[in-house]
Design a binder for this molecule. Structure first.
Ligand code: COA
Length: 440
């Protein structure tokens, strides 16, 4: 079904003299010539570029305190010219659930280039330096990011690794199919900050439930609670509903807000859900039932739920919720052998993959992956390849989402041994689907 395309368009260029990744011999000069690359000094340094790149980035002291608290300057890069910062890339050390358990993962965010410095290769050079540094330091084997536009990062070997579904449940479609017994659960609504301990306890208990979930310390929790007035769009403050059992034990919570709205003198408030986590199906159903039954509410919506959210199974009429699927997290193997050995597989797998990777050339070549539900090893091999693919396609299935069969049918993965595609696809896929809970 055709051969896979290459994931990169050749090596990046640069003349960096700072503390970013080393410039390989022969690659100095070129499109990013004339710029200095170095580690970031602090979060404040990103401000001017983000302001220009995103058309007015909030500079409030409150937001700077929240974003600055999770910022890791030593992992973050800037490109400068004439002493001024022109481009930024933030790096984060995260712990993410992969199929099989938690693993260290490198988060990348705030990739931004001031408009007057665009299309000169600065983004490419920042990404290349960040990935090369992770490789040379044998740091996190997997890199992940959220992308403002889906077309940007495939060329750098990042594949769409998780999807989300947006829903909007209208008042007339709130009926539930027979769900779990929710008697005995009670809800309490207030400020997320007051519910901090319950939220942290429930979230931590849910971490192992899905690939893609990221551990949150105090600073990341403050980030999850951030309630910037400019993001409310006329809605009220962020609220937290905690579901507790008879003994007062926190079993689940929802973060949401309400925006006043009246139609023909009738209340049709918009209720938008930011986050829902529950320890068990009863608490999950109870929270959604309570959100859907909120007085004054018209449509109850959520912009980003897991693609296999149980809510869609609970609703009598999921079609009316107009589920809309989109890409969410992008992932790539920094070091292919370590990345594939960092997770487990849903079925026994033994496959030789011929991988093309222009951005991280140390990954290119033939690899044998052998493993199953208890773990895996991945080593270089001279054996004949069963599958041929690029780093982008591998990234798309790294967290257990995506489908090698689908990518094969699209002509993006080539099956070289009959049966290898289907077998590898079943092994890579994970149930439940990956979903990332943290914006970075
Ligand atoms: C997106 C952005 C970072 C690109 O920076 P840049 O320095 O102009 O990018 P580069 O010159 O390194 O481009 C590298 C490649 O990406 C492509 N590219 C750049 N921006 C792109 C976009 N928005 N969509 C698709 N491709 C894009 C370039 O065409 C180039 O392609 P090629 O080398 O394969 O031919 C910059 O336009 C920006 O700051 N945009 C606003 C903020 C934003 O959206 N950031 C992304 C956050 S995830």
């Amino acid at each position: 079904m055709g051969s896979p395309r290459d994931s990169g368009a050749g090596p990046g260029t640069g003349t960096g003299t700072g503390s970013g990744a080393r410039v390989p011999p022969g690659l100095a000069g070129g499109r990013a010539a004339g710029y200095e690359f170095r580690a970031a000094a602090d979060w404040a340094e990103f401000g001017a570029v983000l302001d220009l790149a995103y058309g007015g980035y909030p500079h409030s002291a409150a937001h700077s305190a929240v974003a600055g608290a999770v910022f890791e300057p030593k992992r973050s890069l800037v490109a400068c010219r004439g002493g001024r910062v022109c481009a930024t890339l933030a790096g984060y050390a995260l712990e993410m659930t992969l199929p099989g358990g938690p693993a260290p993962v490198a988060g990348i965010g705030y990739v931004a280039v001031a408009p007057q410095h665009r299309r000169r290769g600065l983004m490419r050079e920042l990404v290349r330096r960040a990935l090369t540094a992770l490789h040379e330091e044998r740091a996190e084997p997997v890199a992940v990011l959220h992308s403002t536009e889906p077309g940007i990062y495939g060329r750098f070997g990042f594949g769409p690794a998780s999807q989300v579904v947006g829903v909007s449940v209208p008042p007339e479609a709130r009926g539930f199919a027979a769900g779990p017994e929710t008697g005995g659960l009670v809800s309490d609504v207030g400020s997320p900050v007051d519910a901090r301990a319950a939220v942290a306890e429930v979230y931590d208990a849910c971490l192992a439930q899905r690939p893609g979930l990221v551990r949150r310390d105090d600073a990341w929790l403050r980030r999850a609670f951030e309630d910037r007035p400019e993001e409310r769009h006329g809605a009220g403050r962020l609220l937290c509903m905690v579901a507790s059992g008879a003994g007062g034990d926190a079993r689940g919570y929802a973060l949401y807000r309400l925006r006043a709205n009246w139609e023909r003198c009738a209340p049709r408030y918009a209720l938008s859900v930011r986050e829902v986590f529950a320890r068990d199906p009863a608490a999950y159903a109870f929270l959604w039932r309570s959100l859907l039954d909120t007085d004054l509410a018209g449509a109850v919506g959520a912009a980003a739920r897991p693609v296999d959210d149980p809510l869609l199974a609970l609703l009598d009429d999921p079609r009316s919720a107009a589920p809309t699927v989109r890409d969410q997290l992008y992932a790539r193997a920094v070091d292919l052998d370590r990345a594939l050995a960092a997770r487990t597989y849903s079925a026994p797998v033994e496959v030789v993959m011929e991988v093309r990777d222009a951005m991280c050339p140390w990954n290119a070549g033939r690899w044998r992956l052998a493993g199953g539900v208890d773990g895996a090893v991945c080593v270089r091999t001279g054996a004949a390849a069963d599958l041929a693919l690029t780093a982008r396609e591998l990234g798309a299935v790294l967290l257990g989402g995506g489908s090698l069969v689908q990518l094969g049918h699209a002509g993006l993965v080539t099956e070289l041994r009959p049966g290898a595609l289907r077998a590898a696809s079943a092994a890579f896929r994970h149930d439940p689907a990956p979903f990332c809970s943290v914006a970075f």
